[in-house]
Design a protein around this ligand. Sequence first.
Ligand code: GLN
Length: 498
Amino acid sequence: MTLIWETARRLRQKVVRREVSAAEVVRAFLERQEAVEPKVRAFLHRVPEETLLEEARALDRRLAQGEEPGPLWGVPVALKDNMAVEGMPMTAASRILEGYHPPYDATVVKKLREAGALLVGKTNLDEWAMGSSTETSAFGPTANPWDRQRVPGGSSGGAAAAVAAGEVPLSLGTDTGGSIRQPASFCGVVGLKATYGYVSRYGVASLASSLDHVGPLARTVEDAALLYYVIRGRDSLDGQTWGAPEAPGHIPEPLESLKGWRLGLPKEAFAHPALDPQVKETVLAAVDLLASLGAEVEECSLPTFGLSVEAYQVLMAMEAASNLARYDGIRYGRRMAGRTVQELYEKTRGEGLGTEVKRRILLGTYLAQAPQYPLLWERADKVRRLLRKEMEDLFHRYHLLITPTSPTVAFPFGALEENPDLRAYADIYTIPANLTGVPALSLPCGFEPHLPVGLQLLAPWGQEEKLFQVARTYEEEARWPLKPPLGEGTGLGGKLEP
Ligand code: GLN
């Protein structure tokens, strides 16, 4: 197996054992990027080869001098371009930030550097993380590596596509309503949205602060866990992290059997009219596999499931409108000239922001000022509280809940704009975990017919380890092939090489 298809854990191991140098690892991935990036367009910014090689050689030297290697030593990692990295541009895929170079590192970036990761660049996203396809990016969409006529999902579409295409073994995305898990599902990779407040958002562009999460994308559950534990933890610069565990995380091995595990299938999720019958069948086949390993699977009920999207729309738009007010042409990025301050604001925001972003700012601003505001907000918040209560009750009976990650497989470019239903329901399965804050993981569970399908597992607050245990057990048993057909031959139809 060539270096690019190795897991992050194995890559680090090889570097640390000096079987390969970090510089060789970097070269292998840069070569891969040269070959496939014109087809996939996952990146908005790539670090120049010389800079990366210098950083890699520095790691090799420090290792030779006896330094204790960190958990991601020599592993290339890509970052969604809504995170601040000193020395790299940051756009959030918006024209309004063009020319902005953050003078500091986001906390997650700092942690990656300390772990010995090599930061290779910034990946494409929907503008300001608003969308489900990367089509709202001001710099053009990313293609799905499994079918380049289709979207990679979004908003972390570039991060998912880069990992799926073998351009990096790991990437970081953000998830406010599903933006890590849905692209992971569309691109056939693993994506984790951990417990709310377990990963610092300092230095990451805010969309809706009560729903925003940062998390890993990887090709295996073990790699996702590895990256997650590097970035997890309390941070005085993000007050919401006060409850994050300080102890190092444990990556569990796959289990021999799932005897004793109780898994709940919310019937409202599986009966939803937006769910594609083939996706449903694929997910249920995965559930059968879990049952054949000994898990007790039972239908359960999450009555408020059907109201989550509406509640999310209200909360997200209101928070987004207030968070995005800071991009005014004065503090960051691009500035259009105006005779008055008002005119400067209008021109900068009018030209610098895309349609979808304006749509949400207008909606959020309207909602916050409308006479019915208290009622709307209260109702949305009530849905959130009800959902929390219902999930808490379910988690007394079940170790995990299972749903599809997305009602469909990756759709063709343009479909989202043409089909209001697709748009409305793209996030039905992912939003509940953002509203409640519980951890949720998406992992590949089959193909329909040639496009990846994602299985979503939800765990109680703070119980990521349970997700890893069951997901690793499933992954080990199912062994889906994970190389998209980008010209190197191996696509579908075979088992993964051991
Ligand atoms: N697709 C959702 C939206 O557009 C989720 C976005 C996100 O998680 N950043 O709101």
